[in-house]
Design a protein. Structure first.
Length: 237
């Protein structure tokens, strides 16, 4: 049975919740090097969030740090893990064991981040029985039995787009209420089921937007320097 920590009565803004994993990653890295305390400025630099926002986010956890000292790293790691429900590893089932599914099944960073692959499923009968990351691939039809075996199971969909909805339907029928979707398609799920979509193409397109802006700004600055040089008294003499 998975342990469920007591849910806090206080409401934490969604944007803050989205930044807590960033803080946790930065804090764990510091804990691994033996660093005992960390300032809001250091956390801001490590996560790309301004220090005032860091302090406000952490205040929602009831953590305010100590002036001149900063935050206790170990205690803050505990606070954030507790708030995110990561006191014990959450079991996940990965559906679709292609290249991405293989990579996730073999990823060794899950335990320290609060998760553990509990099962792998695929609808390709030629893959059933293959061992990946220490787990034997099971048929998709087993997802209901898998959900009964593990409490608080999270589903991860790594299938092609055409199969994603049917896989999501099977997960929902099995009682899975949280799904991470890597397939390039929007899933239709009933109320009460949480879906997070990871679209690598969209993220790359956002990066190209910023790359284009940086290139344009660099060109404008270059033209500005050239114009200034032409107008300088030295260049006219």
């Amino acid at each position: 049975m998975h342990y469920h920590p007591r849910v806090s009565d206080r409401s934490i803004p969604e944007a803050t919740v989205g930044r807590l994993p960033l803080y946790l990653r930065a804090l764990v890295e510091r804990a691994e090097t033996g660093q005992a305390t960390v300032s809001s400025e250091a956390l801001a630099e490590a996560t790309g969030v301004n220090s005032a926002k860091v302090r406000k986010d952490l205040s929602h956890l009831g953590s305010y740090g100590t002036r001149g000292v900063g935050y206790d790293v170990a205690y803050l790691v505990h606070q954030i893990r507790r708030e995110l429900g990561l006191i014990q590893p959450w079991p996940i089932v990965i559906a679709g064991i292609g290249n991405l599914g293989h990579a996730l099944a073999n990823y060794r960073g899950f335990p320290e981040r609060g998760f553990r692959p509990a099962a792998l499923v695929d609808n390709d009968p030629t893959k059933v029985g293959e061992v990946v990351g220490g787990l034997a691939i099971r048929p998709l039809e087993d997802v209901a039995a898998i959900a009964r075996e593990h409490d608080a199971l999270i589903g991860v969909i790594c299938t092609p787009a055409v199969a994603a909805q049917s896989v999501a339907d099977a997960m929902v029928r099995s009682g899975i209420r949280s799904i991470l979707n890597f397939a390039p398609v929007a899933l239709l799920v009933p109320e009460g089921v949480s879906v997070r979509k990871v679209d690598l193409a969209v993220e790359l397109q956002i990066l190209t937007y910023y790359e284009q802006r940086k290139a344009a700004l660099a060109e404008v600055k270059s033209r500005g320097r050239t114009s200034a040089k032409r107008l300088s008294p030295t260049s006219r003499s």
